[in-house]
Design a protein around this ligand. Structure first.
Ligand code: GLN
Length: 232
């Protein structure tokens, strides 16, 4: 199904570092699952994009203020967000998980976080989860703008634990980061492409049509497998 783009170029906001969904490779170019999906869909559906890798909460703000037309950033569909954004069909099943420094045996459950400091990226599902359970488990929360600061914070001991999406923690561990995940992940999150509520409906439709086509041709599976060997 052919949908006519209404803009010459759509600005798509994204995170600045969220491997394997978007990250800078050794050449300083962005790549990853979101990058490939977005580029392939734009090509298939015949619309132009300019990617803007500004960070997760900055991307939300760009969408809100109209500086961006769409957003792809490993963004989880939530009921709260549905009030402000329209989401595409989901393209990835995710979930959030707690990570500690490798070898830290002091944290085996959320209860063990009492009196400790836990980090998360501002505006994320992890940040939301931590603030929802802050008084229950008695930790304090430290918010970070970007993933490198969050992961470095754990490395240098500025925080005792952190929370992030589990495929992102898993990828970091595979890349050799000294982390472990003592607690089962919280399940349920699904990633989707988003536009501001009521805005750019054709862009959302083109994304959905392109995603269907990528799934039909097997290209979707290829993109996922390139970055997550087991597809999860
Ligand atoms: N999936 C999480 C969320 O939507 C985190 C996304 C991100 O950090 N890029 O809040």
């Amino acid at each position: 199904q052919k949908i006519e783009p209404k803009k010459d170029v759509y600005v798509i906001a994204s995170d600045s570092a969220f491997a394997p969904f978007e990250f800078q490779n050794a050449n300083g170019e962005y790549e990853g699952i979101d990058v490939k999906l977005m580029e392939s869909i734009a090509k298939l559906q015949g619309f132009n994009i300019r990617m803007d890798y500004r960070g997760f909460s900055a991307a939300l703000q760009a969408l809100e203020s109209g500086q961006a037309d769409g957003m792809i950033a490993g963004m989880t569909v939530t009921d709260e967000r549905k009030k402000s954004y329209d989401f595409s069909d989901s393209y990835f099943d995710s979930g959030i998980q707690l990570a500690v420094k490798k070898g830290d045996t002091s944290i085996k459950s959320y209860e063990d976080l009492k009196g400790k400091t836990v980090g998360a990226k501002v505006g994320t599902e992890s940040a939301e989860f931590l603030s929802d359970h802050e008084s229950e488990y008695g930790y304090s929360i430290k918010y970070f703008d970007a993933a490198d600061q969050l992961y470095d914070g754990l490395k240098v001991g500025a925080i005792d634990a952190m929370m992030d999406d589990y495929p992102v923690i898993g990828y970091a561990i595979k890349q050799g980061q000294e982390l472990e995940t003592p607690i089962e992940k919280e399940s349920g999150g699904k990633y989707a492409f988003a536009v501001k509520k009521g805005q750019n409906p054709e862009l959302l439709n083109m994304f959905n049509e392109g995603l269907k086509e990528l799934k039909r041709t097997g290209e979707y599976d290829k993109i996922i497998k390139e970055y997550v060997a087991d597809g999860s």
